[in-house]
Design a binder for this molecule. Structure first.
Ligand SMILES: C[S@@+](CC[C@H](N)C(=O)[O-])C[C@H]1O[C@@H](n2cnc3c(N)ncnc32)[C@H](O)[C@@H]1O
Length: 274
């Protein structure tokens, strides 16, 4: 079992709750659906595959609009998948996104959703595996945070570098290591565009969202940190350590604290005939 899998199974699945981050999730999910509506007529039976389907909230939203949708999903966490499986007629597969080709039919899908998985899988992998899974007219719906997000808190963390306090120094080193070595999220919106081009995909629709997030206390920051929106789960630390980390990161910040979360919501199509 990978560490990410373990973290999702044992920690995040217990508290993963899109409603805590209502604005982020409602804005992004609605924007993804708006883009897809422009491409597919309402009653077309679209065949869709959700990579890293999580608790299946987006599939549920799609299914309400496309009532005859054929919905498939893959996730490596059985605990996350369990949350999605209660939805009727949804084919959820436990497995690694990178191995999707083993579980699903070649060039079968009209739509691939890759929402909030870039930090784990990376753009290159998403574009490559979509080549084998999408049919000739199929599209990718991509939704991701970028490293441009949380500029204020990142600048603040950098100040820890010069601190005399050992915990702060370690905190800086650790977050820096995680953000730049393990997190595969694109650095910026421009990186998404150029990566898509390098795989011969065109961006046919795009929305850049900047969502201001205000936190009123350390406890609120901790909840936000852990329940999926700050990438803290990719730190792969036990809860008590995340708690310590959050407290230190926010110890000399004044509340309410506001920072920006930058999210790109894009739809891509392969350029050449496949
Ligand atoms: C941040 S959640 C996003 C869930 C969902 N797409 C959404 O928009 O709410 C990331 C999901 O991807 C899954 N995941 C991460 N890496 C994976 C991998 N390599 N293969 C399969 N699933 C993975 C996690 O288990 C988790 O359910």
């Amino acid at each position: 079992m990978s560490k990410i899998n373990d973290t999702y199974d044992k920690t995040i699945s217990k508290s993963y709750d899109c409603s805590l981050n209502q604005e982020i999730f409602s804005v992004t999910r609605s924007s993804c659906l708006e883009q897809i509506k422009e491409i597919y007529d309402k009653y077309q039976p679209i065949k869709t595959l959700d990579l890293g389907v999580g608790d299946g909230q987006y599939i549920e939203k799609l299914s309400k609009y496309y009532t005859n949708i054929e919905a498939h999903g893959i996730d490596s966490s059985s605990e996350m998948l369990k949350k999605a499986l209660y939805k009727e007629s949804f084919n959820g597969v436990k497995g690694k996104i990178e191995e999707s080709g083993k579980y699903f039919k070649h060039r079968y899908f009209d739509l691939i959703n890759a929402h909030f998985i870039c930090c784990y899988v990376g753009l290159d992998e998403i574009f490559k595996l979509s080549d084998n899974l999408l049919n000739k007219d199929g599209v990718i719906s991509l939704c991701t945070s970028t490293h441009d997000s949380w500029s204020k808190i990142q600048a603040h963390m950098k100040n820890h570098q010069g601190s005399n306090n050992t915990i702060r120094k370690l905190l800086f080193k650790y977050t820096n290591y995680i953000s730049y070595n393990n997190n595969q999220s694109p650095r910026s919106h421009e990186e998404i565009v150029s990566n898509a081009e390098s795989h011969d995909y065109s961006m046919i629709m795009c929305k850049k969202c900047t969502i201001r997030q205000t936190l009123h206390s350390v406890d609120e920051a901790l909840a936000f940190f852990i329940k999926g929106s700050w990438g803290a789960h990719s730190y792969r630390l036990p809860y008590w350590m995340l708690q310590l980390l959050t407290k230190h990161a926010f110890s000399d910040i004044e509340f309410p604290f506001t920072d920006n979360h930058k999210i790109s919501i894009c739809t891509f199509k392969k350029n050449r005939e496949i």
